[in-house]
Design a binder for this molecule. Sequence first.
Ligand code: GAL
Length: 432
Amino acid sequence: MLRSIKNVVVWVSVLVFTFSIAGCEGKMAAKNCMQQTKEAVCDQKLAMTPPMGWNSWNGLGKEVSEELIKETADSMVSTGLKDAGFTYIVIDDYWHGGRDSVTGLLYPDPKRFPSGMKALADYVHSRGLKFGIYSDAGTQTCGEQPGSYGYEEKDAKLFAEWGVDYLKYDYCFCTDYASENNDYKMAIDRYKKMGDALKATGRPIIFSICEWGPRSPWLWGKEVGGNLWRTSYDVYDVWDKPRNDISPIGILTSMDVAANLERFAGPGGWNDPDMLVVGLNNKGNIKGGGCNEIEYRTQMSMWCMLAAPLMIGCDIRKMDETTKTILLNKDVIAIDQDALGKQGFRVYRKDGLEAFKKPLSGNRVAIAFLNRNSTDNKITASYKDLELDPEISYSVYDVWKHTALGQANGTLSADLKPHECQVFVLSPSESK
Ligand code: GAL
C-alpha cells in the first residue's frame, strides 16, 4: 500500500547492511595485500572507497609537532572517529627541517620532531591508524620548504622507509610561466614521476594529487597513479566565497565544481573538493568567518553525497558535541563509503533548491535536498525529477534524524532552513 512519507513510520536498517559490505571490501583488499607482501609490488587496491582521516593544515598550519600528532592520533581512537572509519593522520606542510646537502635526504625539523618520522609513523600505526605526509612537485612546497622536484625516487623511498601510507603532493613552485602551453604536460609528467616512484617502493601509499583543478586532474589523475585529486582551490571556513581561481573559496563553490565531475570518480580514484571545515568555528589556520551548525552539516552531507575523501581539519582533541555529532554520523558516512563507489550528481535545480542523487549498493539510492537560499524553503520533487523508477516503492530513512519515514509514493519533500541539506536513503521495498 502506498502512503505518504510524512504519515507512516517504518524502521528500515539498511545502513547496517551498507556498513557490512564496505567493511568486507576493505578487509578483502588488506588480505590480498598481506598475501603478496613478499612480492616486489604489493598489489593492494588502494582507496576502494574515499579515504578518510585528519590533516593538520586547516587546524594547525605551521604548528605541527610530534606531540600534537600523537595527541591527535590518541583522540582519533578515544573519540570513536577511528571506529567510524577515519584512518589517516596526515601531516601537511611545515614538517621539514631541510634537505641534507650531502645525502640529499629530507629530514624533519629536529625541534618539533625530535624522535624522527619513522618513530612517529610507528606510534600512529600502533594506534591502529595510518600515517600520511606532504610534499610538492616543485622545487619548494607552498610554505617554501624543500619540494621533491628532482628527488622523486629518493623521497618516495624515504617516505616508504618511514612507514608513510599516504602522500599529499602539492603543486607550488611548478608553473612554467615561460611556456604556458606545457602547463598540462608539466603537471602530468611531474605527478607521474612521483606516482611511479611511489609504486616502485612496493609500499601501498595513497597518492593525493593537490594541483587545485586548473589542469583538470580528473582527466589524468588516475593514469599517473593518483587515488584522489583536488578539484578546486582551498576551502576556507566560510559558506560562500565564489572566486575559484585562487584560494580561498567557500563550501558552496567547491561543491559546485566537484558536482559536475561524477563520471571521473570511482573505486581507486576520487574527486577531492578539499578538506572538511566542520568544527573549525573560525579558529585555527584557515579562517573565513566561520560557518553555522547547519552549514557544517551540509558540508558533511554533500561531501558524502559526492563520494569525497573525508579529511577532518579541526582540532579533534577539543571537539564540541555539535562537531562530534556531525563527524561521527555513521549513517551519512555509510553513503560516502558505499561499496558501489558512485559519486552523486545533481538531478534537480529550481529557485535555489536542488536535489542530488547517489546510487548505492543493494539497489538503494541516497537523495539529498539542498537549500542554497538564505530563507526557509520547502522542496517537493517527484520521482521523475529524481530520476527514480516509477515502478518501485521505496522506504525512506532520514540519515540526520536517524529515523525511518515510511514509504515514498511518487514524491519526496522537505522543509529546509537556509543552507540546509537533508539526506535520505531510499531502499526498494515493493514493486507498485
Ligand atoms: C596549498 C594546499 C593546502 C595546503 C597548503 C600548504 O597549496 O592547497 O591544502 O596543503 O598548500 O602550504
